[in-house]
Design a protein around this ligand. Structure first.
Ligand code: GLA
Length: 726
């Protein structure tokens, strides 16, 4: 049994293959957190300590027991008003204007299978793969009930959490904060690892020691954002890639979020993540309910590498969906960096001709094909093909491209509108802007109010008109600004708009997924501005960054790999000098990081020399050989490219029969010292043969001492080695 309720001790124990999670209902009905970590049996309530502490108040019903305080005890789901003065997970305003509530245990249910969340993305599982625990807490005064949902996937070492609040009272309350998961640790000295960045430089890794006070990350932008990824890791001080305890919380949501962690006055640690509570104020009338998005948690006693692999396995097979979930994605060429807005249908066709010659499998026509869209100042909102610009009907163009043996894909940005568009001229109130104020423009575009169903319906219809009439096999779903003017013309409560927008987005995407199950969707938001687990439920791949520079990509994809499977990472070979950095790297070097994801090209193939074309053909042949291993193999980070002179990583077959080593030299110096890259994850005691040279290496030496990289001159050299177990 993966979920056990012990009546005697009133404990709930959740077991996965390698981890255990435990909580307890105390004598007053408070739900206290006991343990999360390495798998164990038994009752851990001995960890709770009770002492009379100054200024840590006591629940009224504790009577004269001054040792019982929610301010010091580890909470499972803390709320304001319980006497816990740390940052609460749950807060509301009552009908009388008072803040907070007092949540106590009422009952629980253990259910086979994994719960789902209506209208929200969530991890899914077959009934025999998962179990659900639903613990009901209640505030007797307001009648607000809170369901704490736990999904346990033992084989994946994953525990998911979500929260449903129901107003069973007689008056309206207003939810002010609903975090999806909170974890309290009574002991420990942790580091916090987060992923920060900016447009074209996403998911840099920051590891800092946790101190007293609260460290907050999040997004107020209406998207999960380039600036902070909705994911946090707590690691013991000495935890490395390969050893030591660590915990991950990954938020399955694509809008604003807030992650908080820090040490309290008693040196205890709290970490929690959920919806951004700024711009959130959610009235709940009697009978109404509110569902918070899911948070996925995993624990590894074997370091950060195992932690990531737990998330990879779960997201790749139990969050991503559809036809392309398990299949190797087509190698594509995208027109963006090849032509930007400056193309005709013939240019696109020629790009496809070159692509066909090289062995590329799909042509993606990026921005610029619709309405009046010769630059990024107009046209968004009008999803009609600009046949004049293309010089031929889209149908003809697609048929000709299909005739070359290529699939055809197209770029869309359904959430946006330019003021210079027919849609805006006929429905200015569909754009998010506050009456009487001028909106913040970004890329000269405004957001459509996707919290309104009629707006979603109207854009959906336009997009379907295109998808229904043409043979389109891929969509790149883009989103190129942050939400600044939060206002919905019809909403009575503006505090619901941020959340309502994301639900509208998910509704749109779900309808697309259901209606076009065979279309592959790639998410995008100025590259990786919405690279989150929520999007992965609809789009099994996401354009990782607008930065296609091979060297920067080594670092961006390293950061991304902590939380997301390699099968989700959109990565392309582009031209040199690189359009974002001006850096020059060889085709080989550009190919190595690009292959560590959903491989493709994004450059004017017509401008390539004959030698470059031959090299690309070879690159594509190689990719086909490794694609299955890259997509489904276990991913190992071999170095930290923020600190090391080499960026190196490997894919290891689950049965360890083969490995693909990748390395990019990030620095070159005179009279270089030798760079040894240590392999990981190989089978001890075995020999591995380099497929190209035939050289044979002992696995243990490869993992203990490493492999010396060739000492060749030249910047940013890259190496790939395919090792086969003898
Ligand atoms: C965003 C995307 C790019 C490209 C442009 C088109 O920036 O990230 O890849 O699609 O939009 O306008």
């Amino acid at each position: 049994m993966s979920i056990i309720y012990d009546k005697e001790h009133r404990t709930f124990t959740l077991h996965t293959m390698n981890t255990t999670y435990q909580m307890k209902v105390d004598s007053l009905g408070f739900l206290l957190h006991l343990y999360y970590g390495r798998k164990t049996d038994g009752c851990m309530d001995y960890l709770l300590t009770y002492t009379d502490r100054g200024f840590s108040g006591n629940p009224y019903d504790a009577g004269t027991d001054r040792a019982c305080s929610m301010d010091a005890l580890p909470q499972e789901y803390s709320c304001r008003l319980s006497g816990d003065f740390r940052s609460p997970a749950f807060d509301l305003i009552n009908g009388d204007g008072s803040f907070g509530c007092d949540l106590r245990y009422r009952n629980h249910q253990i259910i086979p299978g994994k719960y789902g969340l209506a209208g929200l993305p969530a991890v899914y599982a077959a009934e025999d793969e998962a179990s659900t625990l639903d613990i009901l807490l209640e505030d007797a005064v307001s009648g607000v009930q809170v369901h704490l949902l736990y999904g346990v996937l033992p084989a994946y070492n994953i525990i998911t959490r979500s929260v449903k609040a129901v107003n069973t009272g007689t008056g309206t309350v207003c939810l002010e904060k609903v975090q999806s998961a909170c974890l309290d640790f009574v002991t420990g000295d942790y580091d916090l690892i987060t992923f920060y960045g900016r447009h074209a430089m996403e998911r840099n890794v920051q590891r800092i020691p946790l101190r007293h006070g609260t460290h907050v990350i999040g997004s107020r932008r209406g998207t999960s954002s380039h600036q902070y990824n909705p994911m946090m890791i707590l690691a013991a001080k000495d935890t490395t890639e390969d050893a030591g305890p660590c915990y991950a919380m990954s938020f399955v949501y694509s809008g604003g979020f807030k992650g908080e962690t820090g040490q309290d006055q008693y040196n205890q640690t709290r970490i929690q993540i959920g919806l951004q509570d700024e711009w959130f104020s959610y009235p709940l009338s009697p009978g109404e309910e509110f569902t918070a998005p899911e948070t996925v948690m995993t624990y590894s006693a074997e370091g950060l590498g195992e932690l990531s692999r737990n998330l990879h396995r779960c997201y790749r097979t139990h969050l991503c969906r559809g036809k392309y979930r398990d299949s190797v994605r087509p190698i594509l060429v995208n027109s963006w960096e090849a032509a930007y807005f400056d193309f005709t249908g013939e240019d696109i066709y020629r790009l496809a001709e070159h692509a066909a010659e090289l062995g590329i499998e799909m042509l993606v026509m990026d921005d610029g094909w619709f309405a009046k869209r010769d630059d990024d100042n107009s046209g968004l909102g009008d999803w009609q093909v600009n046949e004049e610009k293309l010089g031929q009907p889209l149908k003809t163009l697609i048929e000709r491209i299909n005739g070359l043996g290529l699939k055809f894909g197209i770029w869309v940005e359904p959430e946006m509108v330019n003021e210079n568009s027919d849609l805006y001229r006929s429905h200015p109130d569909w754009a998010m802007q506050i009456p009487g104020r001028k909106p913040v423009r970004s890329r000269n575009q405004l957001l459509l109010d996707f919290s309104r169903k009629e707006v979603v319906d109207a854009v959906f219809e336009q997009i379907c008109n295109i998808l229904d009439s043409e043979n389109i096999e891929y969509i790149k779903w883009d989103m190129n600004r942050s939400m600044a003017d939060v206002y919905s013309a019809l909403a009575k409560e503006q505090g619901k708009v941020h959340y309502g927008y994301v639900l509208g987005l998910y509704d749109f995407l779900e309808r697309i997924v259901q209606r076009y199950p065979d279309i592959l969707i790639e998410g995008c938001s100025g590259g990786g501005g919405r690279f989150d687990a929520g999007m992965l439920y609809y789009t099994p791949q996401i354009w990782c960054s607008d930065n296609t520079d091979a060297v920067d990509r080594v670092r961006i994809q390293y950061g991304t790999s902590f939380g997301y499977p390699i099968s989700a990472v959109g990565s392309h070979v582009s031209a040199v000098p690189n359009h974002q950095t001006g850096r020059i790297t060889s085709l080989n070097t550009r190919g190595v990081p690009a292959m560590s994801g959903t491989f493709g090209y994004e450059l004017n193939l017509g401008a390539l020399t004959a030698a470059e074309k031959e090299e690309i053909k070879e690159q594509i042949r190689e990719y086909h050989k490794y694609a299955g291993l890259i997509q489904k193999g276990d991913y190992y980070r071999l170095t930290n490219p923020f600190e090391s002179e080499v960026g190196a990583w490997a894919f290891i077959a689950p049965d360890k029969s083969e490995a693909l080593l990748n390395a990019v030299m990030l620095e070159i110096h005179g009279n270089m010292t030798v760079t040894y890259v240590k392999l990981k994850g190989l089978k001890n005691g075995k020999l591995y043969r380099d497929e190209k040279t035939g050289s044979v290496y002992p696995a243990d030496a490869l993992m203990e001492i490493g492999l010396p990289l060739p000492m060749k001159l030249g910047e940013y050299r890259a190496y790939q080695m395919h090792l086969i177990m003898e």
